[in-house]
Design a binder for this molecule. Structure first.
Ligand code: 5GP
Ligand code: MN
Length: 350
């Protein structure tokens, strides 16, 4: 039994927006991950199935390990096809904002979306939603936006219209936002949903293979270098930090997605429960933070690195040099000591 967590009024409001619309644009956050692409393509597939014109517009390109997904080759990458994307956004009567909740997260697409007369529907699982949408379906308790797409389709009464391709996209997002169901994944209903997706004909093992066994050799060379030379451990803080400059990345022929999951790796070390990853990209430094238990990295990201996110997975940006960014991190690491110590203690006692 899947419980009706999303408020019934919101479901009906979303249903009206969708049923009244003809031209729909779905958009998602910059550097889209498996959940961003999975939820967007799943919704797009569904909307087409029920006879709508639907497009997915993303700020920048998606990683290669997601390009096998049904509909991926039709995704419009804003930085490559700006005028086409702008025309679609202008013509749209509905814009669906998936897997983000503030316009800043869609960077270059934000102005056109904000200027568009289209109605806006937000479907998202991050904390503190902004107020740019007419209907806001924001539920941080869900592990993925893709799970929310499943729930929305079912609750609107369209489960029969869910295709196998749509189910594959939903599964991909659910899987990637939980690290292959290794964190944030103790909700029994997640497995009921997976069971429904399998009944739709998905091959979950094949999806795992396509997403996680699809990397380049250079990613593994870069990983070797990163682990050997660039991972710093701070035993007194139960913490780790990785930094990679653009020079280092290009030495290893870096392609989008090559550093996916690097930030999680130090958490496999006994005693490390907080991990930070700094990557120089496009003239700024992208920051990623991961933690375990009650160590809240979203407030750390917000306070020191212009970001935010979930309690155990957050990110931000730094506009300083790599050395300055790392120094700032080390300077502020003690601010988390109390939380980290408490969590480490809980782990030894538990
Ligand atoms: P990642 O480390 O995978 O890039 O991001 C992890 C999570 O942190 C994302 O799902 C998102 O919630 C949040 N996040 C990442 N970058 C930013 C950012 O620049 N600003 C904000 N507010 N959140 C971010
Ligand atoms: Mn997500």
């Amino acid at each position: 039994m899947i419980t009706k967590i999303i408020d019934e009024d919101l479901i009906q409001e979303a249903k009206s927006l969708i049923e009244d619309a003809e031209n729909i644009v779905i958009t998602t956050h910059v550097s889209p991950d498996g959940d961003a692409i999975g939820s967007s393509l799943a919704l797009c597939n569904f909307l087409k199935t029920i006879g709508k014109e639907a497009y997915v517009v993303v700020p920048n390109d998606l990683p290669g390990f997601l390009k096998w997904m049904s509909g991926a080759s039709d995704i419009i990458v804003y930085e490559k096809k700006k005028s086409m994307a702008d025309a679609l956004i202008e013509k749209a009567d509905l814009i669906c904002a998936l897997d983000f909740n503030v316009l800043k997260r869609i960077e270059n697409v934000a102005i056109s979306v904000a200027d568009s007369a289209a109605k806006k529907l937000m479907l998202d699982h991050h904390l503190n939603p902004g107020n740019f949408a007419n209907v806001v379906i924001s539920y941080p308790q869900f592990a993925s936006t893709s799970e929310m797409v499943f729930r929305l389709i079912c609750r609107m009464g369209y489960f029969t219209e869910m295709t196998k391709e749509c189910a594959e996209c939903i599964y991909t997002g659910m899987m990637t936002d939980t690290g292959g169901f290794t964190y944030n994944s103790n909700n029994a209903e997640v497995y009921i949903i997976i069971s429904e997706l399998i009944k739709k004909g998905i091959d979950k093992d094949a999806i795992y293979d396509k997403v996680y066994n699809n990397y380049s050799e250079s990613r593994y060379r870069l990983m070797g270098y990163m682990l050997y030379e660039k991972m710093r451990i701070y035993p007194e803080y139960g913490a780790a930090m990785i930094s990679l400059t653009s020079e280092e990345l290009s030495k290893y022929d870096f392609k989008k997605g090559d550093t996916e999951g690097f930030v999680n790796m130090p958490l496999s070390i006994k005693g490390v429960i907080f991990s930070a990853f700094f990557k120089e990209e496009g003239g700024k430094i992208k920051c990623s933070f991961r933690s375990q238990g009650d160590v809240a990295v979203n407030s750390f990201a917000e306070k020191y690195f212009n970001g935010g996110g979930h309690k155990n997975a957050s990110g931000g940006e730094s506009y300083q040099t790599m050395d300055e960014t790392v120094a700032k991190f080390e300077e502020n690491l003690p601010s988390l000591k109390e939380e980290i110590d408490a969590e480490l203690k809980r782990r030894t006692n538990g």
